[in-house]
Write a protein that binds this ligand. Structure first.
Ligand SMILES: Nc1ncnc2c1ncn2[C@@H]1O[C@H](COP(=O)(O)OP(=O)(O)OP(=O)(O)O)[C@@H](O)[C@H]1O
Ligand SMILES: [Mg+2]
Length: 207
C-alpha cells in the first residue's frame, strides 16, 4: 500500500507504473492464496471437508504432479523420482492437494542437484503409505511437532523468498484427517521425510 501511495503522489513514467502494478499483482496473488487457504481450513474446522470416496491410484496423481512441478524443479536443478504404487479410497482432488503441498515444500528445500523421492508402499498392512523425502539441512527436532500448525514456519525471515503463509502443511493434515489417515515427519542426517498413511481401498470398503 505504501509503495502505491508513494507512486501515486506525483506523475511517474509508464515503466514506474508498470513496476508497481507487477509488484501489486504478486502481492494480490499471495493474499488471494492465503485467503483461499484460510477458508479451506475454516471449512475443515466445521467438518465440511467431506472427501469423495473413489479409488485413487496414487502413482498416477504423483506423476501428474511431477508434470506440473517439472519446470520449477528444473529451474532449481532438482530431480523428481517415484517408486511404487498403491490405490486408496478417497477424494482425488483433495489427495492431490495434500501431496502437492508436500512436493512444493520438498522441491523448495532441496539443494541443487538433489532429488525429491516419492515412495508408495501398500502391501504390508491396512494402510497405503506414501512418503515424500528430500535432502537438505535437517529441521531442528524442536520444530517438528509444530510443523503442521497454521502459520508455523521454521525460519520465516530466511524463507521469505518462498512467499508462503505457512498453511500448506496444516491443509495437508486436515485432508489426511478427513480421510482418517495419519501423517508424520522425520528429519535426520540431512534428509526430511513426510509420510502419509491412507486406509487401503479394499480395507475401508470392507469395513
Ligand atoms: N521438506 C521440508 N524441508 C525443510 N523444511 C520444511 C519442509 N517442509 C516444510 N518445512 C518447514 O515447515 C514450514 C511449514 O510448511 P508449510 O508448507 O506449512 O508452509 P510454507 O511452505 O512456509 O507456506 P505455504 O505452504 O503456505 O506456501 C515451512 O515454512 C518450512 O520451514
Ligand atoms: Mg508449503
Amino acid at each position: 500500500m505504501m509503495e502505491t501511495q508513494v507512486v501515486l503522489s506525483k506523475t511517474r513514467s509508464a515503466d514506474e507504473y508498470r513496476e508497481v502494478l507487477y509488484s501489486n499483482l504478486e502481492e494480490h496473488e499471495r493474499l488471494a492464496r492465503t485467503i483461499a487457504d484460510m477458508l479451506y481450513l475454516a471449512h475443515a474446522d466445521h467438518g465440511l471437508l467431506v472427501p469423495d470416496s473413489q479409488p485413487v491410484a496414487l502413482a498416477d496423481e504423483v506423476r501428474e504432479l511431477f508434470a506440473y512441478y517439472d519446470v520449477l524443479a528444473d529451474e532449481r536443478g532438482v530431480g523428481l523420482s517415484l517408486l511404487g504404487e498403491g490405490v486408496v479410497q478417497g477424494d482425488k482432488l483433495m489427495i492431490r492437494r495434500a501431496l502437492s503441498n508436500l512436493l512444493s515444500n520438498a522441491i523448495r528445500h532441496t539443494p541443487e542437484n538433489g532429488t525429491v523421492r516419492v515412495t508408495i508402499a501398500g502391501s504390508d498392512d491396512a494402510a497405503v503409505r506414501v512418503s515424500v523425502e528430500n535432502p537438505g539441512p535437517a529441521i531442528d527436532p524442536a520444530h517438528l511437532p509444530r510443523l503442521f500448525d497454521r502459520f508455523y514456519r521454521v525460519d520465516a525471515s530466511r524463507a521469505q523468498g518462498s512467499d508462503g503463509a505457512g498453511l500448506g502443511l496444516a491443509i495437508t493434515k486436515s485432508i489426511v484427517d478427513a480421510h482418517r489417515g495419519t501423517i508424520g515427519v522425520s528429519s535426520i542426517d540431512g534428509c526430511t521425510r513426510f509420510e502419509i498413511g491412507f486406509p487401503r481401498a479394499d480395507h475401508s470398503s470392507a469395513s
